[in-house]
Design a protein around this ligand. Structure first.
Ligand code: C5P
Length: 311
């Protein structure tokens, strides 16, 4: 019998993102909006296990953290992790390469935390490893940008300033770990629908160049959670609220303390609450679970690194 070698498998962990600042300009000719945003990676992770095959097939299955099926996530060619694997295979010009991707999801689906983009970033790193593709981080960046605006950031993680449509990322150093409580809704919001609502509310008067998020960058530099609380800003929040008025209840759910501030994450509906420390996070999460305003409540810290091989 010929020796076929051991089946190669690799496990990659990839974080969710929240936007500490999301300044949105007017729609561009290509339909995207010019952004000036500060990304922050938090320790809510999806895990992608890639197993190499030689049959040229790329397929995926997606389960919850408890191993239950997730029928709401497509597993066909529209799945962003599948698109990432196919894109990398084309780039490597090796049509016989195949892979099975097994995704264990903790990042909320259609929640404004870039769960689909995280899986794309994770699939790029996993397939580059399992296929021994040898592409550099810089080369993966170029592929990432074609998959989605948030994908390059999720390769890097940490904190970063995002410009262009969000795909141009410049790392930002931060002195501190920040603590978050995350309110998750079972029903997601469509990102294009939220941007369309943003345009409708702006009535075509959107600014061409969004202003720079100086206050958030300064708060990251000094590591001051109180300063960050005052600086948090999301220009998409009114659009998310307009499409889903009940978000107002969630934003108020934390009450005056111990939350320092709350902000809708990305295009929503996930809402995040900044707290001073781990203990406050536990207390607030307990209180918010009892109020049952959200379908799920998570505790998170950031910043954390981007997509990484862990096994
Ligand atoms: O880049 P990505 O595929 O994640 O974007 C999803 C959708 O969000 C886009 O099709 C567009 O409608 C909207 N979007 C936008 N401006 C951005 C990023 C996303 O209008 N800067």
């Amino acid at each position: 019998m010929p020796y076929v070698g051991a089946v190669r498998s690799v496990r990659v962990r990839v974080p969710a993102k929240i936007n500490l600042a999301l300044h949105v300009g007017a729609a561009r000719a290509d339909g995207y909006h010019q952004l000036s945003t500060v990304f922050h990676a938090v320790d809510v992770y999806d895990e992608i296990t890639a197993t190499a095959t030689q049959d040229g097939a790329v397929n995926v299955d997606v389960v919850t953290a408890h191993g239950d099926p997730m029928p709401q996530v497509p597993v066909d060619r529209t799945n962003l992790a599948v698109r990432a694997a196919v894109l990398l295979r084309d780039r490597l010009d090796e049509p016989d390469l195949g892979v099975h991707l097994h995704i264990r999801k903790r990042i909320p689906v259609a929640g404004g935390m870039a769960g689909g983009s995280a899986d794309a970033a994770g699939a790029l790193v996993a397939c580059n490893d399992v296929w021994r593709g040898g592409l550099s981080r810089h080369e993966l960046d170029a592929l990432a940008a074609t998959l989605g605006s948030d994908v390059p950031f999720l390769l890097h993680g940490g904190n970063a300033l995002g410009t262009g449509r969000g795909e141009q990322v410049t790392p930002v150093l931060s002195r501190a770990t920040f603590h978050w409580v995350i309110g998750v809704y079972a029903d997601g919001l469509s990102t294009p629908a939220v941007y369309a609502e943003f345009d409708r509310l702006a009535g075509g008067r959107g600014v061409n160049t969004p202003d720079e998020p100086h206050a958030v960058l300064a708060a990251l530099g000094s590591g001051d959670a109180d300063a960050l609380a005052v600086a948090l800003r999301n220009d998409l929040a009114p659009a998310a609220l307009s499409l889903r008025p009940e978000l107002a209840r969630g934003i108020e759910a934390a009450g005056p303390a111990p939350a320092l501030a709350s902000v809708v994450s990305g295009s929503g509906p996930t809402t995040v609450f900044l707290v001073p420390d781990d203990e406050s996070a536990e207390l607030l999460a307990l209180d918010m679970r009892a109020q049952a305003v959200f379908d799920d409540v998570l505790i998170a810290r950031g910043p954390v690194p981007g997509a990484r091989v862990v096994g």
